[in-house]
Each structure stands twice: as structure tokens, then as C-alpha cells.
Design a protein around this ligand. Structure first.
Ligand code: 13P
Length: 324
């Protein structure tokens, strides 16, 4: 399904839909199991990098298989959207629409304002012919997400959002209010340190900018990218078993919980799942150096990711039970 109805319900109900990226079978299984068990609507995200890694045809049919798998798990009416994350050209978005995606993102946020509008509108005009919803972006997030990267962030300007949404006809808007892609969202200089634990405390999200945007566009679906929390337990596990992730820091979950209750109705989480996967695999390798059956280390990774997804759905986004 596309995102239109999902978002309308989420805004009304004061929760957010999880948008989880997937590149492989174990991630997809974990996402579907967690969503089916909690009866949460879910957005399966595929980035350009994922398409290059896993093959676009395979990913598309995996997503189709996931719907059948969800039914097998006892979820009678699965609410699953297949979405292109960070489309960077009209051709890529068109290819995903033609491939059967139900939603696409055109991320032209790095372009000058008028060019962002023109490209977004072109994608919207094409996608809407097939009832495919379109996410656009205004403002720039810092960090690295597959092919898209930026060293600095620029908050979304609330005075631009009405003009942008009206002229492009986009269905949802990704905004920049201080989230950022990856496991290193902030430099130590941008953070303070908790005197007790020595851990980094990130700067708070700019809720004043979000409020101003919501005032301009009442009831319009807002999207937050870069919303991994970088759970300390996974970072510690990775470091304990031979990894090296010093000072990795994410968005505190209570801030995402607060955002979920507003017009923010889609929250993107990718890095946390990568961390869970890596932590579980490292643990098996460290404890059982003789193990060479991938099922014996990908299996525990899948279990840990499923636990993570359920936690996000139930304790952070509040989307459990919304797709009975
Ligand atoms: P994270 O890197 O914080 O998981 O963000 C993922 C994302 O926004 C995908 O578009």
C-alpha cells in the first residue's frame, strides 16, 4: 500500500510509522516478524545503495514475498509499503514506480530551492499517475547515508514549506531539525559529557522549528530521517568483541517518542539495525571461532534485530496494534 492512509491515521492517532531499511533476507525477516507480531504498519525502505548491493529485481520480489510471509505469520491484513529511500534522480524514481514500489522519495534537498521544486514536481506528476506517494525533502541533514552525504546541516526554513508543498504536490516532507544519518551523528564538540558515565550527550532536536513547520502546514505528514538512537548496549557489545566504535552517538529515544506524537508520522531507522547485526555476529565470532555456518551467526543477528524493531515499534513510535 502507499503511505496516504497510513500517514493520515498516524497523525490523528499520535504515533509514527517505522521506516526500516533492508538490504538482505535476515533484515527483512526480522522486520516482518516484528511488524506481524505487534500488528504495526511498516515501511520497507530500499536505498539506491541497497539496489546496487542486492539487485533491484531481487529486492522487489523479496518485498512481495514479505507480504505473503506476513500472512503466513498470522497477520491477516498486513499494511506494508515498499518505499524508495533517497531517490536522487527522476530516472531512479521512475524505475521504482515502474517496478511496483508503492512510495518513493525524491531527495533534491542539496539543489537550489527552485531546482528542488522542479525535480520534485516532475517525480510527483509521474508517480501520482500510478497512485504512488512521494516524499520530498527541504533542509539538509548532516551525515552519510549510502550515496547521499553532507558535512553540515541546514535546518528546514518554516517560511518555505507552504510554497514548497503547494507547488510540488508532494505527499510528505522530510525535514531537518537536527537528526543526522549514520552512527556518528554528532562530533564530541557538539555534545556535552555526562559527568557520571563519561558518555556523550547530544544536543536536543530543534522542536521549535518542528512546531513552526506544523503551524504553517497543519496536518501535513512530516518525516524524520537519521533517527537511529545508536543504542549503547550494541556499541559496547561491538567494542567488547573486537570492534572499534568510539564515541558513536544517536538521537535519544525520548525525543523520538515526543516527535511521534506530533505530525511526524514516519521515522527512518537504519543504523541501529546495522549495529545490532554487527554486535550479534561479532559475539558469535569471538565466542565460537570455529563457527563457519553463516546461519549460526546470521540467525542470532536476525533475532537481535527483531528485538530491536519490536522495541522501536512498541516503546518509541507507538505504532503497535495500529494494523490489526
Ligand atoms: P539512521 O542512519 O539514523 O538510521 O537514518 C537512516 C535514514 O534516515 C534512512 O533514510
Amino acid at each position: 500500500m502507499n503511505t496516504r492512509e497510513m500517514f493520515a491515521k498516524a497523525i490523528k492517532g499520535g504515533y509514527a510509522i517505522p521506516a526500516f531499511n533492508f538490504n538482505n533476507m535476515e533484515q527483512l525477516q526480522a522486520i516482518i516478524k516484528a511488524s506481524a507480531e505487534t500488528k504495526s504498519p511498516v515501511i520497507l525502505q530500499v536505498s539506491k545503495g541497497a539496489r546496487n548491493y542486492a539487485n533491484q529485481t531481487l529486492l522487489r520480489y523479496m518485498a512481495q514475498g514479505a507480504v505473503e510471509y506476513a500472512k503466513e505469520l498470522g497477520w491477516e491484513h498486513p499494511q506494508i509499503c515498499l518505499h524508495l529511500d533517497h531517490g536522487d534522480s527522476f530516472e531512479l524514481c521512475k524505475s521504482c514506480v515502474d517496478f511496483g514500489f508503492s512510495s518513493v522519495m525524491i531527495d533534491a534537498s542539496h539543489l537550489p530551492y527552485e531546482e528542488n521544486i522542479a525535480l520534485t514536481k516532475k517525480v510527483v506528476d509521474y508517480a501520482h499517475q500510478y497512485d504512488v506517494t512521494v516524499e520530498a525533502e527541504l533542509g539538509v541533514l548532516a551525515g552519510v547515508e549510502d550515496e547521499v552525504s553532507s558535512a553540515v546541516s541546514h535546518y528546514t526554513k518554516p517560511e518555505e514549506v507552504v510554497d514548497f508543498a503547494t507547488r510540488t504536490g508532494c505527499d510528505s516532507l522530510a525535514i531537518s531539525i537536527g537528526t543526522s544519518h549514520g552512527a556518528y551523528k554528532f562530533t564530541p564538540e557538539q555534545c556535552t559529557r555526562d559527568p557520571k558515565t563519561g558518555k556523550l550527550v547530544p544536543p536536543p532536536l530543534a522542536f521549535d522549528v518542528l512546531d513552526a513547520i506544523m503551524e504553517q502546514l497543519p496536518g501535513f505528514p512530516i518525516v524524520l530521517h537519521g533517527s537511529s538512537s545508536v543504542p549503547q548496549e550494541y556499541v559496547d557489545m561491538i567494542n567488547q568483541y573486537g570492534g572499534k566504535l568510539p564515541d558513536a552517538v544517536g538521537i535519544p529515544e525520548e525525543q523520538l517518542r515526543k516527535a511521534s506524537k506530533s505530525a511526524v508520522c514516519k521515522i527512518n531507522i537504519d543504523s541501529d539495525s546495522r549495529l545490532a547485526f554487527t554486535a550479534a555476529v561479532r559475539k558469535v565470532f569471538a565466542e565460537k571461532p570455529g563457527e563457519f555456518d553463516p546461519r549460526k551467526y546470521c540467525g542470532p543477528a536476525r533475532d537481535l534485530m527483531e528485538e530491536l524493531y519490536k522495541h522501536k515499534i512498541i516503546n518509541v513510535l507507538g505504532s503497535d496494534g495500529k494494523a490489526e
